[in-house]
Write a protein that binds this ligand. Structure first.
Ligand code: ME8
Length: 518
């Protein structure tokens, strides 16, 4: 078994159906998980829903349902989104599960045993939307002069008895953590957090008495924990904590928490401080990705531009959407999508460039060689140059993906595809059919090899289309890893197996823009 690799997404608030931002994060995490699997890691991938807190309680009240029913219904939509988008998580965690209550209460007890929790009175500005308290100095004025959080959400003056966590005690340790390596990425977010912590940390209010939709504070039954204490703990609940053997021993600390830029503070200030207090290891990295905008605008109910990601996948095909999101957006920055941009990208790169290359190559082998694989044909200089170019493209893609630079990685992959198409044009196997049939066969065998290599390389991004292609190319399920790209025997073995290319079926259809209803 390979080295363990543990990746998580944020757990989403199930106070409504999933939106495109949720889909974006889930897809990116899934691509990383599949990439690491292809690299040979023993991957554990967790996602889920964050079901407690005031926001959930208020939404349920508005709808006239219980928070538990609301959470169950909406959580189902998040699971369905993952299924439709080929997001292959290992664990889907719901914070209302009993095992999560147990894990969170244990974390609490350990923080208390460390002397980091005390009871006091809280007065401050609370934003229900962000589930966060803010300092007066952090607030901004709204259009009518009303007070707003730094995220632009409404805040309320709140006074209550509360448990506090001694966050102030961890300032130096946190700064040392940021300075020591790549804990926070990208760098712009690290700088932002570092400045915030350098400005001084106040102790954090970590319990509420004004409502009861949450996890009870051990020994303080009228308090429920602040939802972020509960939410962050999901990452260890899913590994069986408080049992520190088994999955926890294997997969903790997490290799990567993938989250959006708006919740970096919770993951890089509060979470490591809680873990330090409880004496547990810290995650290795937190990456704050950018926001996905709809033609440059935030999607919102009031603008009427909210996209259902499941619908989007049904309209364009799941792999076109997955490819587009990773290819188009420089990971870490905000990005924009539109139907035109998805169609343009998918047609130019998946359908016309790679899909067409695969289809033409297999079809020529089927028609002109009776589908036969001949492994021992001579390889000339042009052939070797192409094999090298494809290998370089793959190496560059792999290095970029390792840094989560997906758009750069896919660009490198595309360059290799272009090199193949140029090779086809230059070698013109259709012309060789009459003039030099032996050379035609050699060219077609090179094409079979590069198509297979390019397919395996890009499989983490567009898994179901690539699997449909690799099925047609006689590649066993176990040979769809990056190690298979280094196997010098695969082509001879394939030929010896008696496999023959059949009439190929295209896997990347050309897309049309859907008609817009007036
Ligand atoms: O924040 N583009 O839940 P959430 C890209 N429950 N990503 C976006 C986005 C957009 N337009 N909008 C939101 C929460 N996100 C907490 C997390 S984790 C212990 C608790 C991202 O449903 C957002 O940044 O509001 C977050 O990473 C995720 O979607 C869930 O957001």
């Amino acid at each position: 078994m390979g080295e363990p690799y543990y990746i998580t997404t944020a757990i989403s608030y199930p106070n409504g159906k999933p939106h495109i931002g949720h889909a974006y994060e889930a897809i990116a995490a899934d691509v990383i998980a599949r990439f690491k699997k292809a690299e040979g890691f023993d991957v554990r991938f967790q996602t889920g829903t964050d079901e407690h807190g005031l926001k959930m309680a208020q939404k349920a009240r508005d709808l006239g349902v219980t928070p538990a029913d609301l959470a169950t219904e909406m959580s189902g939509h998040f699971m369905q989104m993952c299924d439709k988008l080929d997001v292959g998580y290992d664990v889907f965690i719901r914070t209302t599960e009993p095992r999560h209550h147990e894990a969170t209460q244990e974390l609490w007890r350990r923080m208390e045993a460390a002397g980091d929790l005390y009871l006091d009175r809280y007065e401050g500005w609370y934003s229900v939307r962000d589930e966060a308290y803010y300092d007066e100095s952090e607030l901004q004025a709204g259009e009518q002069g009303e007070k707003l959080s730094p995220q632009g959400t409404a805040v309320e003056w709140t006074v209550e008895e509360s448990w506090f966590f001694r966050l102030s005690k961890y300032q130096d340790k946190l700064l040392a953590l940021y300075a020591s390596g790549d804990f926070i990425r990208p760098e712009s977010r690290r700088n932002e957090i570092q400045r915030f912590v350098e400005g001084g940390l106040r102790d954090l209010s970590v319990s509420r008495t004004s409502f009861d939709w949450g996890i009870k504070v051990p020994g303080s039954d009228n308090h429920v924990m602040y939802v972020w204490v509960d939410a962050l703990t999901n990452y260890i609940t899913g590994l069986g904590f408080p049992d520190e053997q088994g999955d926890y021993a294997r997969f903790w600390p997490a290799d990567l928490h993938l989250i959006g830029k708006d919740i970096v503070r919770f993951h890089t200030v509060y979470w490591p401080a809680f873990l330090m207090s409880a004496g547990l290891d810290l995650p290795k990295q937190v990456f704050g990705h950018g926001f996905l905008l709809n033609r440059g605008q935030k999607e919102s109910k009031s603008l009427g531009n909210v996209t259902d990601p499941i619908q989007l996948a049904e309209t364009f095909g799941v792999d076109a959407v997955r490819y587009f999101l990773l290819r188009e957006v420089a990971f870490g920055q905000d990005g924009s999508w539109s139907p035109e941009a998805i169609v343009t990208r998918a047609n130019a790169e998946l359908a016309n460039s790679f899909g067409n290359l695969a289809q033409r190559s297999l079809s020529m082998i089927f028609k002109n060689m009776d589908g036969e694989i001949k492994p021992d044909l001579p390889v000339n200089e042009a052939d070797q140059a192409l094999l090298d170019a494809v290998r370089q493209g793959f190496d560059a893609m792999r290095a970029a993906f390792d840094q989560l630079s997906f758009s750069d990685g896919l660009e490198a992959w595309m360059r290799a595809v272009f090199a193949c198409n140029q090779y086809v044009d230059e070698q013109a196997p259709w012309a060789l059919r009459k003039s030099d049939p032996a050379r035609m066969e050699a060219v077609l065998m090179i094409l079979f090899r590069v198509v297979r290599d390019l397919a395996i390389a890009v499989r983490p991004v567009v898994p179901s289309s690539i699997d449909a292609l690799l099925d047609q190319m006689g590649q066993s399920a176990s040979a769809r890893t990056y190690a298979a790209l280094d196997d010098p025997e695969w082509f001879t073995t394939l030929s010896a197996s008696g496999y023959k290319v059949d009439k190929p079926v295209g896997v990347f259809p050309r897309l049309e823009l859907p008609e817009v209803a007036e």
